[in-house]
Design a protein around this ligand. Structure first.
Ligand SMILES: [Mg+2]
Length: 246
């Protein structure tokens, strides 16, 4: 199997088995619709719109956070932030998949994770600094597997991304039990019970009581977005991929 290292070598040498030809535009992902990562990855890596969307969303989250925690005791509250495509970018990995003309595999993903090379997304560091300045705690709740947690922690530290607790996936992809552990004070021996005042993510499942079926609900079901919930755009992958193409 071709590896990410293989790809890096090809890029450096500008010569590989494909003769440096443009990558195929057919990359199968796991989704029902799964087809082509080229355009979404191009948008996420090379568009001003992507930068603007992230900066805008983090700026709005910061503004709302200031109001939300007014009068709250420092050290009593937290924000719950997803990692991939919310705090940190894996677009380098996705670009490699396009170049390799294949979908993500566990082997390639692990190779990427151990590189600890996912950088912070636009606006993320400024927002996290604000959380700390306002007296909040940062809980990163990710569905990266427990196996990937040490490298993920090292990745975050390598880019000076602050956090108070990192909760990876154990048995379930459900994040609810991990949010509850933050609120009960059992998430980390270093943390007391904390009220989660804000959730940030790129997947509908990064938010309490929200699921793909919520798309059939009235706009009121999305009433927390823009105040307590903040959603970031991710057109390259997500739980939405399994929805029927209609
Ligand atoms: Mg994510």
């Amino acid at each position: 199997m071709k590896s990410l290292v293989y790809l890096a070598c090809c890029v450096l040498l500008a010569a590989c088995s494909t003769g440096g030809a443009a990558p195929s535009k057919t990359v199968q992902s796991e989704g029902v619709v799964g087809s082509d990562l080229t355009r979404p990855v191009h948008w996420m890596r090379n568009s001003a719109e992507f930068q603007a969307a992230f900066l805008q969303t983090y700026a709005l989250a910061g503004e709302h956070l200031r109001k939300r925690v007014e009068g709250m005791e420092p050290g009593t509250w937290a924000v719950a932030v997803d990692a991939d495509e919310t705090l940190i970018s894996n677009s380098e990995y996705e670009k490699a998949l396009v170049e390799l003309e294949q979908g993500s595999t566990d082997e390639l993903w692990m190779e990427w994770v151990t590189r600890r090379a996912a950088p912070p997304l636009p606006g993320a560091l400024r927002f996290l600094d604000l959380v700390q300045d306002l007296g909040g705690r940062i809980a990163i709740v990710t569905n990266r597997k427990e196996r990937d947690c040490p490298d993920t922690r090292a990745n975050l530290e390598a880019f000076d991304i602050p956090f108070d607790v990192l909760l990876c996936r154990t048995d379930s992809r459900e994040k609810e039990p991990r949010w509850e552990s933050i609120e009960k004070g059992t998430a980390s021996p270093d943390l007391p019970p904390l009220e989660i005042v804000m959730w940030l993510g790129d997947n509908i499942n990064d938010f309490p009581d929200m699921v793909q079926e919520s798309r059939f609900s009235s706009p009121e079901a999305f009433g927390d977005y823009g105040s307590r919930f903040f959603m970031f755009p991710n057109p390259s992958y997500g739980s939405w991929e399994a929805n029927p193409f209609d």
